[in-house]
Design a protein around this ligand. Structure first.
Ligand code: PNW
Length: 499
């Protein structure tokens, strides 16, 4: 009795102490996995080598370099296409359980179509990476589409706006499962469809940077992406799962939307924000259709705007059935939090998705910043978000597929990155142990500094620094490498974890 009391109060003291230092002292579950990520266009380079076809990012960066902060492009990037051994050494050195990479569609199918030529050199490149990962006991998480659509599919078909892309994508997915599936443990059909459609077809901040039909094209795009996702899921499920035994899902990005006040209206606005961003894709996949709040609001506004049907396309009941349940886990890219405030609905006029949402977003000045204007350090957001996902989407298995911090790369010493990882991982431990959220794996973005889309090479997310002015693109570890290695070795964020 006495003993257990003393022990109990010692334990309480320890808990209080770690509360004070703010870092959780519990160990990650023994089967929890850690990984690190990259994406094809951001690291590979070799944009027109060995038979690779042009994709929409090659096209955008070459035709409108002014859109890119430093006028740069991914022609060479980190030159990973030629540096497989070197990259592998970095991945091994970190001690990760898995590596998340994406396939460049046009490196495998230069025209995008299965009945065009299969590019053997491109296939060999991925074959080589995946074989070497396997030989080193590192699992592979492979994204089929991280934004680099073959240019011919854009030019001749209108990309994600054309219904025929569903089968074209399905054929590409089948080929990938066929070629690589025996070496892949996790498949992601799409990276961040929200970004693909909202930025690709409305704001113009990502390729193909089409802005001509705001409030319309992005919803069409998402519709095609969801159908394509379901197509690939079912191909894997019926033709490959039994033999290849991997898992397959989609990777969705979202901020945590924190209400600016606890006023009923602000709570509603924050929830709506989440439904329009994450729910747009998660709701069809988990519950079978778009969130009711999207159906209602877009429907209503469309009618007032004089459309004869909603700008939000409708799924047939067959499609709803096909899309529902197409996930083995939820892939979550999460970096930051923003505030959501209720405002009066926008007046009816030219359509836009922002008007459909009608929420005022902002950032809190007190939050620590990064080199990316949108990225503030708000560690508690990841806990609230994963809890919200648990409650809203039937407690799914969640894999954090990206999380990370940008700086401008002035020094190799990067304490602010270390701090970001420590704080976010600590908050994740609370989600796991205190909220019972089923998070099974965590992926840091990114292995090395790389082409950060419209920001070019100016915002750096890597564990390894890359010298982009040296033709050899040498990689050098930052201080955060040591930190992440220790976390991976000990599965713990403090000196010594409680058992
Ligand atoms: C991710 N947001 O995109 C991408 O998957 C990566 O390719 C990219 O390099 C990385 O984040 C860093 O930017 C994001 O609006 C797109 O919060 C949008 C957001 C976050 C990440």
């Amino acid at each position: 009795m006495f003993h257990s009391r003393v022990l109990f109060s010692l334990y309480t003291l320890l808990q209080l102490w770690t509360k004070a230092t703010g870092v959780d002292d519990r160990q990650f579950p023994s089967n929890f996995k850690f990984g690190v990520a990259t994406a094809s266009y951001q690291v590979e380079g070799a944009w027109d080598e060995d038979g690779k076809g042009e994709n929409i990012w090659d096209h955008l960066t070459h035709t409108t370099p002014d859109l890119i902060y430093d006028g740069s492009n991914g022609d060479i990037a980190c030159d990973s296409y030629h540096k497989l051994e070197e990259d592998l050494a970095l991945i091994k050195d970190l001690g990760v359980d898995f590596y998340r990479l994406s396939l460049s569609w046009s490196r495998i199918l230069p025209t995008g179509h299965i009945d065009g030529q299969i590019n053997e050199a491109g296939v060999a490149y991925y074959e080589d990476i995946l074989t070497k990962l396997q030989e080193n006991d590192i699992q592979a998480m492979v994204t089929l589409y991280h934004w680099d659509l073959p240019q011919p599919l854009q030019e001749h078909m209108g990309g994600w706006l054309n219904d025929t892309i569903v089968d074209v994508y399905g054929n590409y997915a089948r080929l990938a499962f066929d070629l690589f599936g025996d070496k892949v443990q996790y498949w992601a059909t799409f990276n961040e469809p929200h970004v693909v459609c909202q930025q690709g077809y409305e704001s113009g901040r990502k390729a193909p940077a089409i802005t001509k039909a705001p409030g319309i094209d992005l919803y069409t795009c998402a519709h095609m992406v969801l159908k394509s996702h379901a197509k690939a899921y079912h191909i894997y499920d019926s033709e490959y799962r039994a033999t290849q035994k991997g898992k397959i899902s989609i990777v969705l990005n979202t901020n945590w939307y924190e209400p600016v006040s606890d006023d009923e209206k602000d709570l509603e606005a924050a929830e709506r924000n989440g439904q329009f961003s994450f729910g747009w894709f998660a709701n069809p996949i988990v519950h079978g259709n778009y969130p009711q709040v999207m159906i209602d609001r877009i429907g209503e506004r469309s009618e007032k705007e004089g459309f004869d049907k909603s700008r939000l396309p409708e799924f047939t009941s067959q499609e709803i059935e096909d899309i529902k349940g197409t996930y083995d886990f939820i892939g979550l890219n999460h970096y930051t939090t923003s505030l959501a405030e209720w405002i009066e609905d926008y007046e009816i006029g030219e359509p836009s998705s922002n008007k459909d949402i009608s929420v005022k977003g902002s950032l809190d000045d007190s939050w620590e910043s990064s080199a990316s204007s949108w990225l503030k350090v708000v560690p508690w957001g990841i806990r609230k978000l994963t809890k919200w996902i648990k409650d809203t989407y039937n407690n799914p298995e969640i894999i954090i597929t990206e999380n990370g911090f940008s700086d401008n790369g002035d020094t190799l010493d990067d304490p602010r990155r270390i701090n970001y990882y420590r704080e976010y991982l600590s908050s994740l431990l609370e989600a796991i142990y205190d909220d019972g959220v089923n998070v099974t794996a965590y992926t840091a973005w990114s292995l090395m500094d790389n082409f950060e889309w419209l920001q070019g090479y100016s915002e750096k997310f890597g564990f390894y620094s890359v010298n982009f002015s040296d033709p050899d693109r040498p990689r050098t570890p930052k201080t955060s490498v040591k930190y992440y290695k220790t976390v991976l070795e000990t599965r713990c964020l403090v000196e010594e974890c409680v058992e």
